[in-house]
Design a binder for this molecule. Structure first.
Ligand code: ZN
Length: 405
């Protein structure tokens, strides 16, 4: 069981500097999210270009090129429409998720954020907080109000807006950029009877939204209050730990022995030896050789199958709850490395799938850094901000200008 380190690095470098497969055309408007996935993955793998290199400059500049004149970021140059009569085009609208991905990727690149229009983005966060305490995807503009009737608040967008505020150290200003009490009220309303989070009160809990809920509480500094509320720590931990879809190891091994004769066993051993040898050399293996996925990762809801991304959503929630030790991390690591790690680098969503995708490739790697680095090649990940923990430390130690005293 090992990480194909070189292939993982090459996969993300290919996605970042080369072209993406045709399937990604439909994600053009959110291309910055894909950039964030690969930059952060390379940071977690200690493989970003050095700060004085051309590649590094190109990456930083390409993110700043997506900054809106009034603050915030759009996801793609496709929506960076020309300025009209000295004013930004009304259809050129930044979003909270893209602003969050831009700032997070810049911190991973150790950019000091001095070129970020801090006040513009913080003002958008202030204006974007809706009456219920949450945020919608788009910044509040007349055209967004007209087209989407103001939009719908959501825990995902709320987590992104709050992460921008946290990275820009919005708390240190005398002027308040967000109403923390209303954020906490919003979180309370989205909490379910079983202690986790749903899209709205009374709905079914979901691991992805649970991550967003806990990360938001952590980033506004009210985690203990939110977790210790009506539905406390125990219920949330019980629900999250229960999402691990473990299959007992002994049972599977026994049935293997029953089915295989002596010859079969020998052949299997040889295949395994060959597979181990190739793994050491980091050679490409045929998809099925020597791989027996054992579902033991995490699912997003009760009754669902394990999926790579939930190793992160559940893993990061448990990191914040300081309860990671209550689930079987060894089996989760096996699920990722043996079940969904792709032979061409990256991770697939489910075991046995052919090609990896960027979302699962990033989250599969990030999960291996929770609650702290599980394998030497991977850095510990800060669950709440979803970047390497040492990058968060660098930011708070004054790497980012807004954190300097
Ligand atoms: Zn997934």
């Amino acid at each position: 069981m090992s990480l194909f380190t070189t292939r993982q690095i090459r996969y993300h470098e290919r996605c970042l500097y080369g072209g993406l497969p045709v399937e990604y055309i439909s994600t053009d408007l959110t291309r910055l999210a894909l950039t964030f996935f690969s930059i952060t993955a390379l940071s977690i793998l200690s493989s970003l270009p050095s700060p004085d290199s051309e590649d590094h400059k190109h990456l930083v500049d390409s993110i700043y090129a997506l900054q809106h004149p009034s603050g915030g970021f759009r996801g793609s140059s496709t929506v960076a429409l020309p300025v009209k009569d000295g004013k930004p085009n009304e259809y050129d609208t930044p979003t909270f998720p893209m602003s969050c991905f831009a700032l997070s990727a810049l911190v991973a690149l150790h950019d000091d954020l001095s070129r970020v229009n801090r006040e513009g983005l913080l003002r958008a966060i202030k204006e974007g907080q809706r009456e219920d305490g949450g945020w919608t995807e788009y910044f509040t503009t007349p055209i967004v109000d007209e087209c989407f009737d103001g939009g719908v608040t959501d825990l995902r967008f709320t987590r992104c807006a709050v992460a921008c505020w946290a990275i820009l150290n919005g708390e240190k200003d005398e002027e308040e950029w967000l109403d923390v009490d209303r954020v906490v009220e919003y979180l309370r309303r989205c909490r379910t009877f079983d202690g986790v989070f749903a899209e709205a009160g009374g709905r079914e809990g979901h691991a992805g939204l649970t991550y967003c809920g806990f990360a938001t509480a952590e980033l506004v500094g009210r985690f203990d209050e939110v977790v210790g509320g009506e539905f406390g720590w125990g219920e949330a931990v019980r629900w999250l730990v229960g999402r691990q879809t473990e299959m007992p190891e002994e049972e599977e091994e026994e049935s293997d022995e029953e089915e295989e004769g002596e010859e079969g066993g020998e052949a299997d051993q040889k295949t395994e030896e060959k597979s181990e040898e190739s793994t050491k050399k980091n050679e490409i293996l045929p998809l099925e050789v020597g791989r027996k996925p054992r579902p033991a990762g995490f699912a997003g809801r009760p009754g669902k199958v394990a999926d790579t991304c939930y190793s992160f959503w559940v893993g990061a929630s448990l990191q914040m709850l300081k309860a990671s030790h209550l689930c079987n991390l060894e089996l989760d690591t096996k699920f990722l490395l043996e079940g969904t790690q792709s032979v061409i680098g990256g991770f697939t969503k489910l075991p046995g799938e052919g090609f990896p995708d960027l979302l699962h490739s990033f989250l599969g790697l990030a999960a291996l850094g929770l609650p702290k680095s599980r394998i030497p090649e991977i850095k510990t990940v800060d669950g709440a901000l979803c970047i390497a923990a040492e990058d968060v430390e660098w930011m708070k130690d004054g790497g980012v200008v807004w954190w300097r005293k």
